[in-house]
Design a binder for this molecule. Sequence first.
Ligand code: BDR
Ligand code: CA
Length: 314
Amino acid sequence: KIPVIIDTDPGIDDAMMLTYACASEELDILLVTTAAGNISQDKTNYNARAFLSYIGANVEVAQGLDKPILRELEVAEDIHGESGLGNVDLPAPTLPCSERPAIQAMVETLLASPVPVTIVATGPLTNIAALLLAHPEVKSKIKVISWMGGSAVGGNMSPTAEFNAYVDPHAVEIVFRSGLPIVMSGLDVTHKAYVTVEETQRIAAIGTDFSDKVVKMLTFYLGVMKRTPFHAENYDSTIRFHDLCAVAYVLSPELFEGQDCYVEVSLDGVTAGTTVVDYMGASGKTPNVKVLHSVKREAFVEQFMQAVEVISTR
Ligand code: BDR
Ligand code: CA
């Protein structure tokens, strides 16, 4: 099994990512930590515990930092709704909030692991940056950081910045300069990782309370997604599964294509949070990030469908 720590800010696509991760027999989820991002820390932590409880996952959920490293938190209520999970009501969580704060829980989990652990991060990188700054001794216990965030193809939060990078660019800077292997699932690839409305009908046909909730969340998400030039022709009928890519890459790297690039993040001004991706090696600098740009969409969607079925029948 692949040991992972998941840092997330649910978030509708975060919840879909958790579905996919928890359905997999190949992942050993050691810990889930919550990031402030789509919504405040209190709510992302509550949502993570409520969603994981609802799908029957038994995992420690630890509370991360409330605020980005330097900037004030900007949330995405317009995209994920006031609760953070669209218009879906979940039962109150049965999973408690861990007594260990996220950074402590990550350090202790990493140090206790006999083998290096994969970190999957699907929100702003605040917790991961704080971990690396405060505890550089854990670096040798991290195999790779698979992050959903960044973009070379334009932004969804500012004209050039993707949301997770925009919310905490200083955290991106710290993580990208850590020397650790990093895989970036930015908008370059996540805009190609979509499900169509017709495909969601397959989920609806499963006919369980869980599949109904998934369809409800996805329908809410579809209604608020921003237009992109890449999907002009099918924009109204596709739902981009950003966060899923970060975990799908860990489980099935053969579904993706990417390139090792030098990437630097802009920290302020009109380009704050922009990941400047040197696809053509123009800077002459050594690549520090594997930037994913393509996905075998149908196979990726198939895996998600199977995950929904697995959770539905649990
Ligand atoms: C990212 O921003 C968030 O709103 C999503 O959960 C995803 O992590 C996409 O830009
Ligand atoms: Ca997210």
